[in-house]
Design a protein around this ligand. Structure first.
Ligand code: 5RP
Length: 215
C-alpha cells in the first residue's frame, strides 16, 4: 500500500519543478518513484538528512529551502490523519523540518494506508521536539495539559534536539492545541499539523488508492 500511494503521488508533481520531500518509510517509496521522473525535475528540498541522502543516491539534486523559495508541492506520510486533514507527524523525528517545508509549499499531498485514518488524533503518541535544557520544564507543562511525556531514548533530531512523545492525549481541538504547545518555552515544534494540514490525502486501501480532500 505504501508503494501504491507513493506511485499515485507522482501525478501531483508538476514537470520542471522543485519538489518538497518528506521523511519515513512511505516517503522512501516516493523518493524511489521520483527517481523514475528525475529528468523532469529541477531538484528536491528534503525534510531530513536521511531523505536528502536517499534522493542524492538516486542522482536527484537536493537544494536548500532558502535557495528554492516557495515549492509547488510537498509530499509526505503521516502517523495519523483525520478527514479534516489534520495530522500527527514526527514518528521519524523529522517533524520540524517537515513542518517548515510543508509551510513553504502551496500543496501538501499526504500518503497513508487506511489504518492511519482516525476520527480523533492522539492514539499515536504526539512527538514534540524540545531544546535539551528545557526537557524537564516542558515535560511538566505537558503533564499539566493532561499528557504523559516520554523521552525518546537515544534519539537526537537533525537539529540537535530531543523528542518527547506525549501519550494519552485525546486531541479534540488540534488547531488550538498546536498553538498552545508551540507557546511553551523550549518547544521547537510539535507534531500536530493542523494549522497547515494536508490538501490531498492518498489513502491506500485493499481496493486501491483513494483520493480525499479536506471535509
Ligand atoms: C516522520 C514522519 C512520517 O511521515 C511518519 O512517521 C510516517 O512514517 P511512515 O511513512 O514510515 O509510516 O512524520 O517524521
Amino acid at each position: 500500500m505504501k508503494r501504491a500511494v507513493a506511485q499515485a503521488a507522482i501525478a501531483h508533481v508538476p514537470a520542471d519543478c522543485i519538489v518538497g520531500v518528506g521523511t519515513g518509510s512511505t516517503a522512501n517509496f516516493f523518493i524511489d518513484e521520483l527517481a523514475g521522473i528525475k529528468h523532469k525535475l529541477r531538484g528536491a528540498v528534503a525534510s531530513s538528512e536521511a531523505s536528502a541522502k536517499r534522493l542524492q543516491g538516486h542522482g536527484i539534486e537536493v537544494l536548500s529551502l532558502n535557495d528554492a523559495g516557495t515549492l509547488p508541492v510537498y509530499v509526505d506520510g503521516a502517523d495519523e490523519i483525520t478527514r479534516h486533514m489534520h495530522m500527527v507527524k514526527g514518528g521519524g523525528g523529522a517533524l520540524t523540518r517537515e513542518k517548515i517545508v510543508a509551510a513553504a509549499s502551496r500543496k501538501f499531498v499526504c500518503m497513508c494506508d487506511a489504518s492511519k485514518l482516525v476520527d480523533v488524533l492522539g492514539k499515536f503518541p504526539l512527538p514534540i521536539e524540545v531544546i535539551p535544557m528545557a526537557r524537564s520544564y516542558v515535560a511538566r507543562e505537558l503533564v499539566a495539559l493532561g499528557g504523559q511525556p516520554k523521552l525518546r531514548e537515544g534519539f537526537t533530531t537533525d537539529n540537535g534536539n530531543i523528542i518527547l512523545d506525549v501519550h494519552n492525549l485525546q486531541i479534540m481541538n488540534p488547531v488550538e492545541l498546536e498553538t498552545t504547545l508551540n507557546n511553551i518555552a523550549g518547544v521547537v515544534t510539535n507534531g500536530l499539523f493542523a494549522r497547515r494540514g494536508a490538501d490531498v490525502l492518498l489513502l491506500g486501501t485493499p481496493e486501491g488508492v483513494q483520493t480525499l480532500t479536506a471535509a
